[in-house]
Design a protein around this ligand. Structure first.
Ligand code: GAR
Length: 208
């Protein structure tokens, strides 16, 4: 079974969806959950599920390089096939990203390449888009720009706020992240020379 280390920074709702899917399907095995924030709520979810957890507090490191080196050492103790970012809110150094290139996965709450970075739902409202959503992608050194594994979309409705959009996008996140990770773990989708090959089922669309 392909093994997975999951990195989190906070709430851990995507982590929870990934844990549930692993339990239900056995498509991958989560060997550890690592948080850069000691009080991340997701740590308790992981412990309840009986998973190994670790905290690596970035505020205790002098530089991004020093933090990323310590993080890589910790991850490599588990020798995971996949490294999965689930609401991990730190930018990773190029050296770190290259070490896990092709097996480092992220979920981003917009339809990339639109709205990289933070406050994606506010960005979407300000841009006036009528369609919004979420992207699962492989991580490359350029922030939020790697090959797209899967996307799910929804319609922006009159009266939507960043909060209402975030809630509907999150429901989609919980559906697509497990299935995207399963498709990667099973080899249904493969990264070949930095490009993804293979096909997924049709993209999900949120019912209004
Ligand atoms: C999710 O919406 C995820 O897409 C986003 O943070 C949230 C984490 O929620 N990630 C990013 O913005 C990455 N730059 P969660 O902790 O409940 O999974």
């Amino acid at each position: 079974t392909p093994s997975v280390v999951i990195l989190i920074s906070g709430r851990g709702s995507n982590l929870n969806a990934l844990i549930d899917h692993a339990k239900q399907t056995g498509a991958y095995q989560i060997c550890a959950v690592i948080s850069n924030r000691p009080n991340a709520a997701g740590l308790a979810l992981a412990k309840t599920a009986g998973l190994d957890t670790a905290v690596l507090d970035h505020t205790e490191y002098e530089s991004r390089e020093a933090f990323d080196a310590a993080l890589a050492d910790l991850i490599d103790e588990y020798q995971p096939d996949w490294l999965v970012l689930a609401g991990f809110m730190r930018v990773l150094t190029e050296g770190f990203v290259n070490r896990y290139l092709g097996r480092l996965v992220n979920i981003h709450p917009s339809l990339l390449p639109a709205f990289p970075g933070l406050k994606t739902h506010q960005q979407a409202l300000e841009a006036g888009v009528r369609v919004h959503g979420v992207t699962v992608h492989l991580v490359t050194p350029e922030l939020d720009h790697g090959p797209i594994v899967d996307q799910a979309m929804l319609l922006v409705l009159p009266g939507d706020t960043p909060e209402t959009l975030a809630a509907r996008v999150l429901a989609l996140e919980h559906q697509i992240y497990p299935r995207a990770l399963s498709a990667l773990a099973s080899g249904q989708i493969k990264s070949v020379n930095g490009r993804l090959e293979g096909t997924l089922t049709l993209p999900l669309i949120h019912a209004i």
